[in-house]
Design a protein around this ligand. Structure first.
Ligand code: PLP
Length: 485
């Protein structure tokens, strides 16, 4: 194993492995000597040899001074951050850490209603008080949009007192982007820091065919799920800090709380390699963007299918989209996205990233450049199999974004720590919720902790269930509410 071509952390691991130390230290598989033989031969020796820990020369994630620091500095230089932190517990860890580091109990946070549950969980940890930005959808396309600047202004004016942090999403799971730069500027003009959840946008740095990356739009904290779009291992993510990203010491303290003290060096090194690969493959990402646009054109020639492109710019709050996120609407075939995805899986061995009532979502990357024709053939076969079933008309489905934002009775933290009881979800109207209920996809919360459960929310869950939708916890048939509420 020659380490020269590898970036700093990966090279450090290789250099260590080449010493062939007789290691009497964790992990228990002893660099493969103690691994279950069938497992070792399945995964290969290198996996065990490089699954190392805080050994001489390998630095320490909790106080990086050596190869981890070098690797993080290389990432910061590439992405344009003042400082980059490696995360081994997903983008989730970065979101939790920023909320913990910046907010104290009772501080006000503005956040879009279509945020990931990690943001709500960060509110529980920090004790901050949410003010949600409404997000509107396009029922024709069956897609949630993005928070609009006018709503940011209106909600800001409506909350009294200081806002500690604005959280924005960029892009959404569907690859949609809004007026990020304007919204960051709005918050900065009022002296407020901005966290951007760019979990799905680490590749935006590769070129102008993608929406502008959050750091370039001025964000102070940015999380990127490097495992979602780049080549890093699952759970590996980046947190970047710049500008007003405040007290770095506090952020490091928060990261020590939400991250393990035994980080996987395979995950850490995969971040180092993913950054290098992303840099090297910028031209291939440009080809991927072009492929995404060509696929849209070709899919739009298949009767019954719609791969929206310009139409996306008509979705509320949307000003740009990721060409490498391919949305295929099957509404006119008279089937759901769930059914279409299942057909592709069974008949064509094609797996989608996600399906919802009307759409399937495909994530494209440089590795998919040779697969375009297979994907197109699968989609053409799908359309042929269901031709005539839907008479070209889309049905309408329940839309969580159509709900009014409920009254916040307690903070999410107060609700979480209150005595709770579980009640049937359809009997929860008027009670104060103690958990998130977010039908998935698209994962937009219908109920958040501390909110009064409204009849509209319960009616939506009933419609959702009837239409075949799910949400985590539905199988229990219960939701947690604050006792006595
Ligand atoms: C928008 C968004 N933010 C944050 C997360 C959390 O990322 P991770 O799973 O890496 O913790 C996800 C996960 O799906 C997500 O979709």
């Amino acid at each position: 194993m020659a380490g020269n071509a590898f970036p700093p952390l990966a090279a450090g691991l290789l250099a260590h492995a080449e010493h062939n130390y007789l290691g009497f230290h964790v992990p228990g598989h002893r660099q493969g000597r103690g691994a279950w033989p069938a497992w070792r031969s399945l995964l290969g020796e290198a996996v065990f040899a490089l699954d190392l820990t805080e050994l001489p020369g390998l630095d320490n994630l909790q106080d990086p001074q050596g190869v981890i620091r070098e690797a993080a500095a290389a990432a910061a230089a590439y992405f344009g951050a003042d400082e980059t932190y490696f995360l081994v517990n997903g983008a989730t860890a970065g979101i939790l850490a920023v909320l913990l580091a910046t907010c104290r109990p009772g501080d006000r946070v503005l956040l879009p209603r279509n945020c990931h549950q990690a943001v709500i969980h960060g509110l529980i940890l920090s004790g901050a008080k949410p003010a949600y930005l409404p997000v509107y959808g396009d029922s024709e396309l069956g897609l949630p949009g993005m928070a609009r600047t006018e709503d940011l202004r209106r909600v800001w004016d409506a909350v009294s007192g200081e806002v500690r942090l604005v959280v924005l999403l960029h892009p959404s799971y569907y690859g949609l982007a809004g007026e990020l730069e304007k919204q960051v500027e709005f918050a900065h003009d009022r002296g407020c820091a901005v966290l951007v959840d760019e979990a799905h946008g680490a590749h935006f740095h590769t070129g102008v065919r993608f929406p502008p990356p959050a750091l370039r739009c001025g964000a102070d904290f940015v999380v990127q799920g490097a495992h979602k779009v780049l080549g890093a291992f699952t759970q590996a993510a980046f947190l970047h800090r710049r500008g007003r990203g405040g007290d770095a010491g506090k952020l490091r303290d928060a990261l020590r709380i939400v991250q393990t003290s035994s980080p996987s060096y395979l995950l850490l090194a995969s971040l180092d390699v993913a950054r290098q690969q992303c840099q090297e493959e910028e031209p291939a990402w440009e080809d991927t963007a072009r492929l995404g646009m060509r696929l849209r054109d070709e899919i739009n020639r298949i009767p019954g299918l719609l791969a929206p492109d310009r139409e996306l710019l008509g979705v509320p709050g949307v000003t740009a989209f990721d060409p490498a996120r391919l949305i295929v609407n099957v509404g006119k075939l008279g089937i759901t996205g769930f059914a279409a995805a299942e057909w592709l899986r069974r008949r064509r061995k094609i797996l989608v990233e996600m399906a919802d009532f009307q759409n399937m979502l495909f994530i494209l990357g440089p590795a998919d450049l040779p697969l375009a024709e297979e994907l197109l053939a699968g989609l053409a076969a799908l359309a042929a199999a269901f031709a005539g079933c839907g008479r070209g008309r889309s049905r309408s489905y329940p839309d969580p974004l159509a709900l009014p934002i409920p009254r916040q009775v307690l903070t999410p933290r107060e609700a979480f720590f209150s005595p709770c009881e579980a009640v049937r979800w359809d009997a929860a109207v008027g009670r104060v919720a103690a958990e998130v209920v977010a039908p998935y996809p698209p994962g937009v919360p219908v109920i958040c902790p501390g909110e009064e459960v409204t009849p509209e929310a319960v009616a939506l869950l009933a419609d959702w269930e009837r239409a075949g939708g799910v949400w985590p916890g539905r199988s229990r048939g219960m939701i947690k509410v604050v006792a006595g509420s």
